[in-house]
Design a protein around this ligand. Structure first.
Ligand code: CTP
Ligand code: MG
Length: 180
């Protein structure tokens, strides 16, 4: 059980952290350059170049750090092995997480939801879908090996909870505008 949950969360860490880093780094030029489509913003002011770039870089840096942390001694102490991240897998997870969140903003704007409006279900899993998809494209063998069906089930259940808790913390300490 510990092995399953730890392995699933470890594999997703480079996808979890970029969105939080983007919240801290956000601001500056919006990606859509103020452009509109059908009377609403293409993406909105909440998706910026800086947030996206910093988020992706932080995800990559974290993956590199996790790779160093998985030593034979650490695995022996745990009693099981943890995933490590080839460069393309790390890029898929980190950039894919940002792109999934951006894609969700596109859909939110098309469905009349203003910046910051909640979209239950989509807000919690958009970045997971984006991360897994881009990882599958950039590092297919690694992705299929790493994200077993049981791990995916754990991720789909635990991610919304983690997302809720981190966003409430972000809201509580004043770095996030809404608690979702
Ligand atoms: N952010 C950013 N660039 C991104 C993602 C997030 O700069 N690619 C920053 C923005 O400052 C954003 C904040 O992180 O306001 C919170 O992110 P999120 O909740 O995803 O954006 P919202 O402002 O809620 O906008 P949306 O409704 O489009 O999701
Ligand atoms: Mg939001």
């Amino acid at each position: 059980m510990l092995e399953l949950v730890a392995g699933a969360l470890w594999a997703m860490l480079p996808a979890y952290v970029p969105n939080n880093a983007a919240v801290l780094a956000g601001g500056g030029e919006p990606i859509d350059g103020d452009r509109e489509m059908g009377g609403s913003r293409l993406l909105g002011d909440g998706k910026t170049w800086r947030g996206t770039a910093v988020g992706t870089l932080v995800g990559l840096a974290l993956a590199a750090l996790l790779n160093v942390a998985v030593t034979p001694a650490a695995e022996a102490a745990l009693g099981f092995s943890l995933p490590t991240f080839p460069p393309l897998a790390a890029l898929g997870l980190a950039l894919g997480a940002m792109l999934g969140d951006i894609g969700a903003s596109f859909i939110k704007r098309r469905s009349g939801r203003e910046r910051g409006a909640s979209f239950p279900g989509v807000d919690q899993l958009d970045f997971v879908a984006g991360a897994l998809l881009l990882a599958l494209v950039l590092a297919p063998d690694w992705t299929l090996e790493t994200f077993t069906l049981t791990r995916l089930a754990v991720i789909v259940v635990i991610t919304p909870l983690l997302h809720l808790v981190t966003n409430m913390i972000g809201y509580g300490v004043g770095v996030k505008n809404e608690p979702w």
